[in-house]
Design a protein around this ligand. Sequence first.
Ligand code: MTE
Length: 364
Amino acid sequence: MTTTERTIVVHQHEPYNAEPTRTALAENIVTPVGVFYGRNHGTMPDIDPQEWRLRVDGLVDRPLELSLADLKNRFAHREVIATLQCAGNRRAGLMAVRDIPGQHPWGPGATSTARWGGVSLADVLAAAGLRADATDIAFAAPDVAPEASPPQTYGASITVAKATAGETMLVWEMNGEPLPVAHGGPVRVVVPGHIGARSVKWVERITAQDRPSDNFFQTSAYRLLPADTDLSRTRVGDGFPLTAVALNSDILRPDDHAVLPTGPTTVAGYAFAGDDRGIARVDVSIDGGRSWRQAELEAEISPWAWRFWHTSIDLPAGAVTITARAWDTTAALQPEHPESVWNPKGYINNAWPTITVIACDAVS
Ligand code: MTE
């Protein structure tokens, strides 16, 4: 692992896997493109936007082949501010409980928020004449994932209900700029509220079908397995597929292990819950959860984006552990301990986040 300019932590150069530090993530509620995390299972393809074509086929009355110009000219331009969160976000906290071999130790930064511009997938599926017997919409990309068994191109699927809800998009803009190759340019899928794995980059084929995708990343990876699973004996279809992002939060400021003066200090972070759930409240504790103070939620910038929050705490001298916990609008609360959510692939660590800081009296 290397850290560049203390902004990005690179877990792997090829394929490229990197996340912003807590401090970098905390700076902007809409993450700058250069700070946004990158999660890749294979080598990024190099696609000429002029040559790029999207095939829409399967259970549709009018199969389509669309260029980027067709997408721009035939469909209404839309924007959505949405948070992407990788299912492996905060995996390091699970690895501290028990090792998870072969997986990246993602910290707090496998999540970021952008303003995505493009067209609604619902509009494209309507133009193709989506048939009533379709239940799932599968996405296919050209990048080959060597870790898949057998090695195969990346793919995923979502339900027709999610694909035709207006928020699911085909995008070619990120924060008003052309979508960079690293984030799926020329065109990617963005599925707001679902785990990042379903937002397929470099999408080149969309297939309406009567079952989920049979791609490795739908049938074998990104599924939640019981804690006692023997990974050498798992079969295709074991566990359940991850869809909506589970209620989660993290502390982004101060940094973990920061040395600070005693007295008042600001604690800040994000909270996020996928699909139709919102954030109702965030609490902060400095006594291991015996007492809590309610944090202030910052304004909602989009129903599909994280909420930033902050509060002020009074730091006593010594090592202080700061804990946060979020509640969603269904009154669900994050689970307390990472031990209770540990799973053999290290997905969805949404246990209460904690950081430890050292507070010292100022020396005059
Ligand atoms: N799409 C393709 N084609 N290949 C990939 O490896 N990774 C997925 C998803 N889409 C992936 C992909 C995963 S696991 C995540 S979390 C998000 O892309 C990350 O998007 P980002 O790199 O723009 O942050």
